[in-house]
Structure formats: structure tokens, C-alpha cells
Design a protein around this ligand. Structure first.
Ligand code: ADP
Ligand code: NI
Length: 219
């Protein structure tokens, strides 16, 4: 099978698998990460086959929905790629990226070993910023019954992954801006993503500023 049809088949497989998702890890998140990864990948002169496959497979199974198995996504990606007979070297690279991409409350300290991994991680993080980042955060809040905002609940930092998992229910959406969204700008790996992140970060700050002013009836 040629590269184009491998990518097409993989996209069809992921689209079908994620059809039932409700958390913001839906197919259209994957689609956006895929497109953004392509934009970054071309500029950074990466291996686009690996970039595209990893972007398409990066959320195939999320630890939050796999009863705590944080390797479930990588295993599922490997199984699929073996089934359609992709080269072992490519499979190893792609599954490494899928396994190490998640943010996990800032507790994921793994530094991506390949430029392709850095690019997909940047693209995934960019999708939590800007207008889409705002929309996703409130969608997530709605799905988990979180409050939009409560001035009496202060933002927190997380010691480790376990700490982060326990804290998920007591969060407010506005606090999530301080706990994650506003910090992402400084986590970009590639020069191209750093540029894109600047505009998306500015949008987050403007949104927050207006939201908090309106909350107090100031504008
Ligand atoms: P990753 O897949 O990189 O681990 P997450 O699952 O943490 O990313 O986030 C997926 C989306 O849901 C992002 O847009 C993120 O901002 C949003 N989100 C995650 N946790 C919260 C939360 N506690 N409150 C609001 N939005 C959240
Ligand atoms: Ni993602």
C-alpha cells in the first residue's frame, strides 16, 4: 500500500473509532491537530508520513477513558499499523509519539526524541489555545459538570499525575486557563509553533480579561 492510502485508511479508521467520543477528543480535534501538524511539519522539514500518522492516531485511546491504562493508545495504534502492514521502523516511531504526547497536568516530563514527535505535540497543544481552546475548555466543563467560574476557588498546581487525576472534579473552567491554557505557550518545541502560539495566547488573555470584567459588571 502506498503512503497516501495508508494515511487515508488510518484517518477513516480513527474517524470511525472516535465517533462516539464526547470529551473534546472527537474526530474534529484529531482533524485539526492533523492539519496543524502538516502546516508545522512542512516548515520544519520533517518526515511527513510519520507526522501525519502520529497526528491522526495520537488520541486513539485516552488514559482518562481507558480505565487508567496510559499505554492503551500506543498499543491500539501499533495493532492497527501492523494490521495494514506499515514498516516496523515507522510503527516504532509513531507509537512512541502516541505514548508520550499527553500533557497530564504538566506532569509529563518526557522530551520528545524526534522532530516529528515535537511537531505533533505542538499541534496537539495548540488546539487547546485560541478560540478553539476556549470552546473546548467550556465543552469539557459542561461534560464534567464543572462550574464556569468561582472567584472563591483558587487555581492550583499539581505535584504529579496521581494528584492531577484526583483534582479533575473540583476544577473550574476559568481556573483551567491558569492551570494549563496560559502555560502552553512556553511549552512549544518548534519555532513555527512558537509563532502560531503567540496569536492564540493573546486571544486567551483577551477572552479572560473580558470574561472577568463582565463578571464584575465592569464592562
Ligand atoms: P491531553 O490530551 O493533551 O492530555 P487534555 O485531555 O488535558 O489534553 O485536554 C483535552 C481538552 O480538554 C483541552 O482542550 C483541555 O484544555 C480541556 N480540558 C482538560 N481538562 C480540563 C478541565 N479541568 N477544565 C476545562 N477544560 C479541560
Ligand atoms: Ni489530542
Amino acid at each position: 500500500m502506498n503512503k497516501t492510502s495508508i494515511i487515508k485508511q488510518t484517518a477513516d479508521y480513527v474517524k470511525k473509532t472516535l465517533e462516539e467520543e464526547w470529551s473534546g477528543h472527537d474526530w474534529w480535534h484529531v482533524y485539526r491537530v492533523w492539519q496543524t501538524a502538516k502546516t508545522i511539519g512542512v516548515k520544519e522539514k520533517a518526515d511527513m508520513f510519520i507526522v501525519e500518522l502520529a497526528a491522526i492516531l495520537h488520541d486513539i485511546s485516552d488514559w482518562k477513558f481507558s480505565r487508567g491504562d496510559d499505554k492503551a493508545g500506543a498499543k491500539k495504534a501499533r495493532k492497527w499499523l501492523e494490521k495494514i502492514k506499515v514498516d516496523k521502523k515507522v510503527i516504532d516511531e509513531v507509537t512512541y509519539i502516541v505514548e508520550n504526547i499527553s500533557y497530564k497536568g504538566g506532569t509529563n516530563k518526557v522530551k520528545m526524541r524526534s522532530i516529528e514527535g515535537k511537531i505533533v505535540q505542538d499541534a496537539d497543544r495548540l488546539d487547546a489555545m485560541g478560540a478553539i481552546g476556549v470552546a473546548r475548555a467550556f465543552a469539557f466543563g459542561g461534560n464534567t459538570n464543572a462550574k464556569m467560574h468561582d472567584p472563591d476557588i483558587k487555581p492550583m498546581t499539581f505535584r504529579d499525575f496521581e494528584d492531577f487525576k484526583k483534582s479533575m472534579k473540583v476544577n473550574t473552567v476559568i481556573n483551567h486557563f491558569y492551570e494549563k491554557l496560559l502555560l502552553i505557550k512556553n511549552l512549544m518545541n518548534t519555532k513555527t509553533a512558537k509563532e502560531i502560539a503567540k496569536g492564540r495566547h493573546r486571544y486567551l488573555e483577551e477572552f479572560l480579561d473580558k470574561f472577568l470584567n463582565e463578571w464584575e459588571g465592569r464592562s
